[in-house]
Design a protein around this ligand. Sequence first.
Ligand SMILES: Nc1ncnc2c1ncn2[C@@H]1O[C@H](COP(=O)(O)OP(=O)(O)O)[C@@H](O)[C@H]1O
Ligand SMILES: [Mg+2]
Length: 270
Amino acid sequence: MIKKLLLFFCHFLERPFKKGEIINDRYQVVNLLGAGGYGYSYLVTDTVNCQTKVLKALRLHKRTTKAGRKGFETEQNLLKSIGHPGFPKYFEGGTYKNTPYYTMEFINGKNFEQLIFFDGWKVSELDVLLIAEDLLEKIEYLHQQNIIHRDIRIPNVLYSDHRIRLIDLGLARYLYTGLNREKDIRKQVNVQADFYGLGHFLLFLLYSNFEVPDDKKEKSWEEELDICSETKQLIRRLLQIDHAYQNCAQIKTDLQKVIHLLRRKNNVVL
Ligand SMILES: Nc1ncnc2c1ncn2[C@@H]1O[C@H](COP(=O)(O)OP(=O)(O)O)[C@@H](O)[C@H]1O
Ligand SMILES: [Mg+2]
């Protein structure tokens, strides 16, 4: 109840930074890129070196709790520790008007929510699997560092220069810190949480090609989607409907098999 009230008041009290506003005599706000549950992400110009960057500031209702501030620190420390081109590079952190923020590399591209719902992208089954392969490479890198992302969703996956970049470590945690009393599969601190997110991500992409039939009868994704049985099986295992994958390598093997199969079917010569 108190939490709900706090959220309600924060919603009215919160004022995002304005266009043109200069943060800490350094970062000039170009525009707001996105507002999620945790942060406001702005496109800014770093006036020290004229570099375009993204500045992510912690939202008011998260600032008011110790856990919220601590979580934001964890997000920064995790991003700092990552040295992989599949993720934005961390630049610097700071505080402005009592708001913690950090800056990172701007990825010039769009997230899959924008691509599917605003740009009307329709992705073929083969392309969905190729995107999955690229995304899996990033997830595998995190898992090798013992990091579980826990928020693999379409707004957190960017498409830039024909490559996949993964952002938003707001919910990411080190593997061994999880108590795993969590019931929600997505929020558990284990590799399967990311596999579950990946499974849903794939369904969103596959549904981009789906035309709603006239009868409007509700059916399951397995009945509705016109995809091969191997892709269905892969998604069933990602979603833990069938026995769960234990690691990224197992998924990679299955993905490559289906990709090979579809390429043969489509008569694509490599
Ligand atoms: N480094 C970046 N480069 C380009 N766009 C970004 C970057 N970081 C965030 N964004 C955009 O801002 C949105 C919100 O950022 P995100 O880090 O996911 O915040 P939240 O934790 O609030 O979900 C993203 O969906 C993406 O479109
Ligand atoms: Mg996000």
